[in-house]
Design a protein around this ligand. Sequence first.
Ligand code: ATP
Length: 249
Amino acid sequence: MTEPILQARNVVKRYGRFTAVNGVSIDVLPHTVHSVIGPNGAGKTTLFHALTGTVPLTSGQILVDSVDISTLPGFKRVRKGLARSFQVTSLFPNLTVLENLRLAAQGVDAVQALHPWRRPESFKAACETATSLAERLNLTLVRFRPAGELSHGQQRRLEVGMALAARPKVIFLDEPTSGMGVDDIGDMKQLIFSLRSDYTVVLIEHNMDIVMDISDTITVMQLGQVLVEGAPDAVRCDERVRSAYLGSM
Ligand code: ATP
């Protein structure tokens, strides 16, 4: 049986007296796309924050490859193999695509400026990583253009690349297609699906067509708890999910 690469066990996150995540347990299997969906305010982003260490847990456990990382701060979880894609602010707009990716491979980006906890690559290795990531992101043709001049869709793909440069085991993507047009959505969907061969993807996404097409497993959250978990077809047909989404699926 395949062991989960990431496990959340009874995770609780309270903000004051408000419980945003209330006893969530999930098992994420390696080389899968595991999506977390649910109505607005269901607790999806808070769960991401708790898993990646952006906020401390109130209680519960998080394990990566069966190692308990619950008390590690976010920057140490990067070394354990968890990476998260940020919004466009993590790009250096005046630097080229390759320069952004090379700096990320060397442990630098515009959000954190410097990641001393990463094992930075040598200049030569980082250049090679940048070139192969640009190809993977379908950004080879624009590799010498400043990041600030890219289209929205290209910038979002580059954001994913900045996280991949940390060589994660698990990459967390929070609404990677938000604000995109149809063509860019198609490119992002293809990219996410292709990541399964080398990484494990945990995805928050409101676009149900994408979620249903590329997920191996879907966790549906409602009011801070897991409502349903399963394969896309089972989730799509589940009456509880249909009523949580008011029949929009
Ligand atoms: P959306 O799809 O709209 O992004 P979500 O499922 O990601 O929603 P969260 O952003 O995790 O939901 O929010 C869950 C609940 O926790 C919401 O009611 C929100 O108002 C509350 N919440 C989130 N962050 C905080 C905070 N820092 N302090 C207090 N309450 C918070």
